[in-house]
Design a protein around this ligand. Structure first.
Ligand code: C5P
Length: 225
């Protein structure tokens, strides 16, 4: 069994940063599942496919090659790694993510990412639905205000010109949509380690996650017959 560590939570909790650091430290693969939903949304927007047209969306998705290459995200032969980070694409991603057909179509890509020696997967339903047998499940939270500030900083660093009020509104709406959808609603797995990161910096969060990972991996080794 390939060991998998899942890191779920709402936007702006630092999941992506922590997942990337953990994957680097363990020398495991990394799956940014949000990037798949974002690239699917961008693919739809580019072809003017309505965001509720499940069948047309799935057809478009099935025609795409796997879009993640290391740190980069590709669509139609173009590196769209920066473009998909816009908040508007996040909002569109959240809309299509509420469609069961789209979630199903993205499932194969996500499961294929589980390769030896291990996988760190971040998203919303990694621990609950995609990898329910993961070795360790982490769920990161933080207050909406703190998450909006972090997201704003990230977007400014990428050259986007968003306002705090706009981000607050967008991620608040996106959280609500992600939490209230019928399929794969955002919630911690019952066996997840929940960490409130509101008053923690990245290093402090990473330390907690890394220690939990080391402990779980050593338990796994000692459990071997
Ligand atoms: O994590 P990120 O902000 O990039 O995700 C964008 C959107 O994609 C989320 O708001 C959510 O609606 C959707 N998503 C999801 N399940 C995942 C990852 C992302 O529904 N595993």
């Amino acid at each position: 069994m390939i060991p998998i560590i899942t890191i779920d939570g709402p936007s702006g909790t630092g999941k992506g940063t922590i997942a990337k650091r953990l994957a680097q430290k363990l020398r495991w693969s990394l799956l940014d599942s949000g990037a798949l939903y974002r690239v699917a949304a961008l693919a739809a927007l580019r072809q003017r496919i309505p965001l509720d047209a499940a069948e047309a969306l799935v057809e478009r998705l099935r025609a795409l090659p796997f879009p993640l290459k290391g740190d980069q995200v590709w669509l139609d032969g173009e590196d769209v790694s920066q473009e998909i980070r816009q908040e508007a694409i996040g909002t569109a991603a959240s809309q299509i993510a509420a469609l069961p057909e789209v979630r199903q179509a993205l499932l194969d890509w996500q499961r294929q990412a589980a390769q030896p020696p291990g996988l760190v997967a971040d998203g919303r339903d990694m621990g609950t639905l995609v990898f329910p047998h993961a070795l360790l499940k982490i769920f990161l939270t933080a207050s909406l205000e703190e998450r909006a500030k972090r997201r704003l900083k990230q977007l400014k660093e990428k050259g986007f010109d968003d306002s705090l009020a706009g981000i607050l509104q967008e991620i608040g709406a996106r959280d609500l949509q992600d939490q209230s959808r019928l399929i794969a609603p955002l919630r911690p797995a019952t066996d997840a380690l929940v960490i409130d990161t509101t008053h923690l910096d990245v290093d402090e969060v990473f330390l907690q996650v890394y220690e939990a990972a080391v402990q779980r991996l050593s338990e796994k080794i000692h459990r071997r017959p």
